[in-house]
Design a protein. Structure first.
Ligand code: G4P
Length: 527
């Protein structure tokens, strides 16, 4: 076995978050190229659900197949083992992304220089913040005209509530873009707009006041750069690794992913400062990665796209110890021991059977339905990892069995899809009708399509006009019973049998909160 502590220390498990189109796929691809994990550009291009084909089933299916391979992209760079966890950018798959973010130790946030901070970025950064995930910002597309760098930094601070610390300073933009000054390594990185020098020319340059600067980037740009560096040094805090690791300071880099510009600088800094596996919270205690006994949790379940094999892959994040192939582990919810003969590790575009995995790694376990999202595996200890919540859905439909001969398949299919976390299922208390709740409309089509193709079951939808489903709790059981009685037609249960209130409008929700001050309304399933 390789040295356990060294293996932990050299791991970096992270996710790239952005609004669609900011350049996440392009950046991922460049990072993989540096790691030698892929040989040509374009290899991971197709891992996203194309925005133009949002309601095309076959497209979804195809993309789903590809995204198994790109769910985790592992590679080695300068003796560091990097695991990139893919986060779907499409907003209808936001829950998938939120859950994946529970399995990362840090994140890179990509922002389009022209569009600035967009809606999806705000949401994803907010999720990272709840977990104090350290984040680095990459401002992309500097080869195009965009917002003024300082205005953009202000926007990042305001909208993303970040304290930023620029580690590079752009020189010009769009047609006048000359490169960046890397403040972290004191280097000038020059941009070649013809793209001949893919990595750009790098000049060691530790003093921007040296007259040589004029010779290299010209008088105007030199003057501007000096002013900008002065401004950065005067206004923004210096880089502090501890503050970054605590999630309180966010280094910012500028570059152009498609031109592979500024990417290497960020990556070199990333492997130095980004955290190795961090401790993971459970209901019982904090799990340190250095503990020798294995623990891990399921953060994602992916169904096989081949309808003839209804098996799935459960993605387990190793939190402590070493996961070993063929060893017995306790499935805490089932209170049963299982061993896994063919665990897989993910290396860029392929997966391999592995014998052991270390904290920070993601293991793919072949599953025939024994896992649900959030399940824990240990060497015997009873633990429940926390911080893997479901979010209050906002789009609802009644789901009815469309074929009386296939009631069982319908029931089973629906349950399994919910275990995978495709959507949430609620049962109305009054009449036992099933309601599916999602965060995006695309899920309804996915469910219908998959029920038909994987379970031969027909699903019919009927409109359900609810505004939000929230979990309710109360210290006083009599009060909760009274709430259930007074709101009986809006009460449902989730899959764990917990009380859920289906509000028809914001007004209705406010009214309920006012009328029942002792009842707590929860907007995530963890409370
Ligand atoms: P996403 O995964 O965040 O959705 O974004 P993706 O990488 O697919 O990039 C979105 C578009 O932005 C792509 O163009 C991509 O080529 C372009 N892009 C990425 N980085 C840069 C950059 O540094 N500068 C410029 N100018 N463009 C960049 P597309 O036309 O949508 O796709 P494609 O036809 O180029 O593949």
């Amino acid at each position: 076995m390789a040295d356990f502590l060294t293996e932990i220390k050299r791991r970096r498990t992270f996710g790239i978050v952005s609004h669609p189109d900011a350049g996440k796929t392009t950046l991922t691809e460049k990072l993989l190229l540096f790691g030698g994990a892929i040989q040509e550009a374009g290899a991971v291009k197709s891992n996203k659900i194309k925005k133009h084909a949002t309601s095309d089933f076959m497209e979804i299916e195809k993309q789903r197949g590809i995204s198994v391979a790109t769910s985790v992209m592992g590679f080695e760079y300068k003796n560091i083992k990097i695991n990139i966890l893919d986060t779907p950018g499409h907003k209808d798959f936001a829950e998938d992304t939120y859950r994946t973010l529970t399995a990362v130790d840090s994140a890179i946030v990509v922002i389009d220089v022209a569009k600035g901070v967009e809606e999806q970025t705000e949401k994803l950064v907010a999720v990272c913040k709840t977990r104090t995930t350290p984040m680095i910002v990459f401002i992309n597309k500097l080869d195009r005209e965009g917002k003024d760098a300082f205005d953009l930094l202000d926007e990042v601070e305001q909208k993303l509530k970040m304290k930023v610390c620029p580690l590079s300073c752009p020189i010009g933009m769009g047609s006048t873009f000359k490169g960046v000054y890397n403040l972290y390594e004191k280097k000038l990185v020059l941009f070649d707009s013809h793209g001949k020098q893919e990595l750009g020319e790098v000049v060691e340059f530790d003093d921007v006041y040296s007259p040589e600067l004029e010779d290299i980037i010209g008088e105007r740009a030199a003057k501007q750069l000096r002013e900008d560096v002065e401004l950065i040094e005067g206004v923004y805090p210096p880089f502090d690794e501890e503050e970054y690791l605590a999630g309180r300071l966010n280094p910012v880099f500028f570059g152009s992913a498609v031109n592979n510009f500024g990417v290497k600088e960020m990556l070199d800094c990333f492997i130095e400062i980004a955290p190795s596996p961090r401790p993971s919270p459970t209901e019982e205690r904090m799990i340190k990665p250095t503990e020798t006994k294995f623990t891990g949790f399921v953060f994602k379940i992916h169904a096989n796209i081949d309808p003839n094999h209804r098996d799935r892959i459960a993605f387990v994040r190793v939190c402590s110890g070493v996961f070993e192939r063929g060893k017995n582990y306790l499935h805490v919810r089932h209170k049963k021991q299982y061993k896994f003969a063919n665990p897989t590790a993910f290396m860029a575009d392929k997966k391999d059977i592995i014998d052991e995995s270390y904290p920070g790694d993601i293991v793919g376990l072949h599953d025939t339905g024994k896992f649900v999202i959030g399940d824990t595996l240990t060497e015997g200890e009873i633990l429940k990892f926390t911080g893997i919540p479901s979010f209050a859905p906002e789009i609802f439909r009644y789901a009815e069995n469309g074929d009386p001969m296939k009631a069982k398949q319908f029931q089973k299919g629906l349950e399994q899809l919910m275990d995978e976390g495709v959507a949430q299922l609620f049962t109305v208390k009054m009449n036992n009708r099933k309601i599916i709740g999602t965060v995006g409309p695309l899920q309804f089509e996915v469910i219908q399509h998959r029920l038909l193709h994987e379970y031969s079951a027909a699903c019919r939808y009927e409109p359900a006009n609810f505004f939000k489903a929230c979990w309710v709790s109360c210290d006083n059981p009599a009060e909760l019973a009274e709430f259930n009685r007074r709101r009986s037609q809006y009460m449902a249960t989730d899959k764990h049998g917990r009380d859920v209130f289906l509000a028809t409008s914001q007004w209705e929700l406010n009214a309920a909160e006012k009328a029942f001050p002792d009842i707590r309304f929860h907007f995530t399933s963890e409370f």
